[in-house]
Ligand binder design. Structure first.
Ligand code: HEC
Ligand code: HEC
Ligand code: HEC
Ligand code: HEC
Length: 489
């Protein structure tokens, strides 16, 4: 830490500011007018003591200003819920076989996290009670009361066990604060268990400002039993370190045990693991801002005046939608300049993400062809190698597709992971072509992907491609590699 600040001070003026601000951020004013009872779940009771934070917390219900973020249009004043499968059509192909391939939306405000589970296509809640882990503050108490069985309990039954008044209550005060003194804490034993595998036992205030978010903004796996039943919930962090949870280690964890193969990919017939929103893992893997000592709260919960006092803004949202208020103290350049810098990072990431997505889709379609010709005499060795490279590509792709900042949280790591994903897919494609040619099966130069087919009539709602939501490659390279027609639009 000390070393990195010294280095920053020599080279960057922004870093000088950072040494002052972020490593020991000044505290907001703590105005306390009462006492919170231990085990108090009700945010209204906390709000009586801390009305300003309560009020700003409640605002996660409000739609966000539209037109300010290019890639994270969640639920803005245009009141449109953005469909990730329309934004990134290759995802409809690769996720076919699980709920994410049916309905997959961009995130919106914290207020909606529980009820959004009721609105989404119910294939997404098939794992049962376990899906409540990151949604209700009551999770640990429910598992304590109903035992481990709660994790496998059918979804509707599990939801019905939440106290009625708080059935739709999402992230709330008790998830992040200790009642007695408002110190930061986490509220999920699964998360504490995961963190205990890292090489770190004590956490600074600044690190806790990461941990409170990490209890949900992380990847996890749902181990499955012989009949596909839910066995629990784990974070794939064994063997990793604080500040170094690499995608390589996560993949190793998943590949190590077949119980983590949660779903079967329709196109390839392969059983795969899954990865979710890895904001914590991705940001803390030595990003510029992490190394500079920043925490999630520094960018997503900037201080705000509330009357005569200063509070941490609890209306968490995209900093772009908040006019980059959080950034100004270290980046005094004009807001629009900074916005275009963020966008430049995201444009590059999206371009690479599309490349990785369509490369993996191409390999997937070749597996489909191979599987249709199962009776032919394939070189099994080549096929197995192609499969292994494909898994390496796919896990990296799912990881970056699920990360919510489009590369901003760690730009160079995004480039590294997606670059490797593309390399693995290309290698897999080459081996499959060799394999198929050896068995006398002809494959066209550009493999038709039929993405239109996968986007059509999804689930009970019969969802379809929403053309104007698609993100095309900002540099138009993707369309040179796979023309739109062959992609299947
Ligand atoms: C209890 C779990 C939980 C915790 C704790 C949590 N989040 Fe979230 N967060 C979610 C979920 C779930 C969503 C998506 C909600 C939806 O779409 O219904 C979300 C959405 C968001 C969004 C998008 C909001 C929008 O307006 O579109 C941001 C930004 C965010 N979280 C940041 C944070 C930060 C920063 C922290 C820590 C200070 C944090 N979250 C803590 C679960 C959590
Ligand atoms: C240096 C500032 C910074 C830090 C630190 C930071 N973020 Fe972000 N975050 C951003 C920016 C910028 C975006 C992109 C927003 C956009 O594109 O609209 C973003 C996007 C997000 C989103 C998606 C928001 C949306 O509207 O859908 C989530 C969720 C999120 N961050 C969570 C986190 C978590 C959790 C951490 C800590 C592990 C973290 N962020 C650390 C700046 C930051
Ligand atoms: C997702 C996590 C999260 C949730 C939920 C949350 N807080 Fe906070 N809160 C924080 C963080 C992070 C800080 C900054 C603490 C620090 O820097 O020491 C904070 C700070 C505070 C402070 C100290 C003064 C300030 O504004 O910085 C108060 C008081 C507070 N929160 C009240 C509440 C109340 C009341 C609720 C529920 C209505 C709530 N918080 C919900 C994360 C959360
Ligand atoms: C506490 C200080 C601090 C805050 C707050 C902060 N940054 Fe930074 N930022 C830095 C430092 C230090 C660097 C690295 C040195 C440099 O390039 O100036 C950096 C680098 C960057 C870079 C270029 C490097 C990269 O590769 O990641 C961008 C873009 C950036 N910040 C945007 C933002 C945005 C947007 C926000 C607000 C959401 C933000 N920063 C908040 C201190 C901060």
């Amino acid at each position: 830490m000390g070393k990195s600040i010294a280095a920053c001070l020599c080279f960057f003026s922004a870093a000088c500011l950072m040494a002052v601000f972020s490593c020991a951020p000044d505290k907001a004013d703590l105005v306390k007018t009462g006492k919170i009872n231990t085990g108090e779940y009700d945010p209204e009771a906390w709000g009586k003591v801390y009305p300003n934070e309560y009020e700003s917390w409640h605002k996660t219900r409000d739609p966000r200003p539209a037109g300010k973020s290019a890639y994270k249009k969640g639920w803005d004043t245009d009141k449109i819920i953005y469909d990730k499968l329309s934004e990134y059509p290759f995802m409809a192909l690769i996720f076919k076989g699980m709920g994410f391939g049916i309905e997959y939306n961009e995130p919106r405000g914290h207020y909606y996290m529980r009820e959004d589970q009721d609105i989404i296509d119910q294939s997404r809640t098939k794992s049962g009670g376990v899906c409540l882990n990151c949604k209700t503050p009551y999770m640990d108490s429910l598992v304590k009361k109903h035992g481990k069985e709660f994790l496998k309990m059918p979804w509707k039954e599990a939801v019905a066990k939440i106290p009625a008044k708080h059935k739709n209550l999402g992230a709330t005060c008790i998830d992040c604060h200790r009642e007695s003194d408002m110190d930061l804490r986490t509220n999920r034993s699964v998360f504490s268990e995961g963190i205990s595998h890292l090489d770190k036992k004590e956490f600074t205030r600044q690190e806790k400002r990461i941990l409170v978010c990490a209890q949900c903004h992380v990847t996890y796996n749902i181990p499955k039993g012989k009949k596909g039943e839910t066995m629990g919930l784990v974070h794939p962090w064994k063997g990793s370190k604080w500040g170094d949870i690499s995608i390589e280690n996560i993949i190793k964890f998943i590949k190590n045990d077949p119980k983590y193969l949660e779903w079967k990919q329709t196109v390839t017939g392969l059983k795969l693991g899954f990865l979710r929103h890895p904001e914590f893992e991705f940001f803390t893997r030595q990003s510029v801002h992490f190394k500079g000592g920043l925490a999630c709260a520094d960018c997503h919960m900037p201080y705000r005046r509330a009357g005569s006092v200063k509070i941490s803004d609890h209306n968490l949202m995209s900093p772009l939608k908040d006019d980059l208020r959080a950034c100004i103290k270290c980046h005094p350049e004009k807001t629009e300049e900074l916005r275009s810098q963020v966008l430049a990072i995201q444009d590059r990431t999206v371009s690479l993400l599309l490349r990785a997505g369509y490369s993996a889709a191409t390999a997937a379609k070749l597996f489909e062809t191979a599987n249709k010709n199962r009776d032919r005499d394939f070189d099994r060795g080549l096929y197995e190698k192609a499969k292994d490279f494909y898994l390496e590509a796919m896990y990296r792709l799912i990881f970056m597709g699920a990360e919510n900042s489009l590369g901003f949280h760690n730009p160079s790591e995004a480039g590294r992971i997606l670059g490797d994903s593309i390399a693995f897919s290309s290698k897999s494609e080459a081996l499959l072509r060799q394999c198929l040619a050896g068995a006398g099966i002809k494959v066209p130069e550009v493999v038709p992907l039929e993405v239109g087919k996968y986007l059509k009539d999804r689930g009970e709602k019969k969802l379809n491609f929403i053309k104007n939501q698609e993100f095309r490659d900002p540099f138009a390279v993707q369309e040179k590699l796979i023309p739109r027609k062959q992609a299947g639009f």
